[in-house]
Write a protein that binds this ligand. Structure first.
Ligand SMILES: Nc1ncnc2c1ncn2[C@@H]1O[C@H](COP(=O)(O)OP(=O)(O)OP(=O)(O)O)[C@@H](O)[C@H]1O
Ligand code: SF4
Ligand SMILES: [Mg+2]
Length: 328
């Protein structure tokens, strides 16, 4: 398999005054070359924690308890900070929910975009500036020759997010990670940014790891989908597998039994009765047992194993133990 990123058996805990929070447990999934993979799940499911680990950007109180994050043949979890810095920002780049996280407010857009290209020793400053203008134009920022000399805060929210994308793609990374990149935007701008990402991904032959609450956007943008619940991957597969043949009760609850609903761009996660389990003490059996309408007796006592349902379709649920007849 030609995977750009492969996360294997990743477990992360945060230390807190009330003891460790076991935020991510045994997470495995990959991002194939030139594909867009979406990670979806309710707030607090561990989406940001997983991708922060991949970028070496975890909070200080995080402890990586096990697993690996393989990228271009190296385990990123074993790299030193200088080695990671080389990967981050060039081979892997990020777009955040709040564009200001990535943009320096007191340095002009042009200077920031020229600085990103510091490794391009064969180009002079003028050429780097021209490359930056071309990229600003490509992401749809009007009048880039003038805009390049302004500051990020002088742009509107949607334009700032376009700028983030331009900066993230400037050095042609192998992987772009986007964590809720459109959550702060209105629906029209959200749609525009998603289309832009899809176009640029195809044009620049990059892989994208896209994290979102919004199943509609995931359905529109992604080739493959990873469903997380309470720190675990409960189901993963192609977009078609997840939206048309969901096999885990949590995925089904998210889809609310009606895939057509979430395919609308504005659809948000429906509310599922109940709360996430307390991750100080994750359940012994299935993580979803307290909210699962289909729970069996064995679900509370033993964790379900991962079942293979198709070439890339996997789900972890005891309902799958007993064969296809019991699945529906
Ligand atoms: N620095 C931290 N210290 C303690 N707990 C943390 C820390 N960061 C995250 N957590 C906890 O880890 C769990 C996973 O959080 P994470 O932010 O990864 O979820 P998420 O899926 O990205 O949620 P959202 O959709 O709201 O962004 C949550 O229970 C959260 O409270
Ligand atoms: S293992 Fe049991 S509790 Fe968990 S999702 Fe499947 S049926 Fe529900
Ligand atoms: Mg998050």
């Amino acid at each position: 398999m030609d995977d750009v990123l492969a996360i294997r058996n990743l477990s992360i805990a945060f230390s807190t005054d009330y003891g460790p929070v076991h935020a991510v447990r045994g997470v495995s999934f990959s991002v194939p070359r030139n594909k867009v993979v979406g990670v979806v799940g309710e707030s607090g499911c561990g989406k940001t924690t997983v991708i922060s680990a991949a970028m070496g950007l975890l909070a200080n109180n995080a402890d990586i308890e096990g697993g690996e994050v393989m990228f271009e043949g190296r385990n990123l979890l074993g790299l030193s900070e200088p080695e990671l810095r080389e990967v981050r920002g060039e081979r892997i780049t990020m777009v955040f929910q709040d564009p200001m996280t990535a943009q320096n407010p007191v340095i002009s857009i042009g200077r920031q975009m020229v600085d990103i290209q510091y490794r391009r020793r064969n180009l002079n400053k003028r050429q780097k500036r021209d490359a930056a203008i071309a990229m600003l134009r490509r992401v749809g920022i009007p009048d880039p020759e003038t805009r390049i000399d302004s500051f990020p805060h002088e742009l509107s929210g949607g334009m700032r997010q376009r700028l983030s994308i331009a900066m993230a793609l400037m050095m042609h990374p192998a992987l772009l990670i986007a964590d809720e990149p459109t959550t702060a935007l209105d629906v029209t701008m959200e749609g525009q940014i998603i289309h832009l990402l899809r176009e640029l991904q195809a044009e620049l032959v990059a892989s994208v790891l896209f994290v979102s609450h919004n199943l509609g956007l995931v359905a529109e943008l992604c080739d493959e989908v990873v469903v997380m619940y309470a720190g675990e991957v409960v189901e993963k597969g192609t977009c078609h597998d997840i939206f048309h043949r969901p096999s885990h009760p949590y995925t089904r609850a998210l889809l609310d039994c009606d895939p057509a609903r979430v395919l609308e761009r504005t659809a948000r996660l429906p509310t599922i009765p109940g709360d996430l389990p307390d991750l100080h003490e994750p359940p012994r059996g299935c993580v979803f047992v307290e909210r699962c309408p289909a729970a069996l007796e064995r679900c509370a006592g033993s964790p379900p194993r991962e079942h293979t349902l198709g070439p890339t379709h996997r789900a972890s649920c005891h309902l799958l133990d007993v064969g296809p007849a019991a699945r529906n």
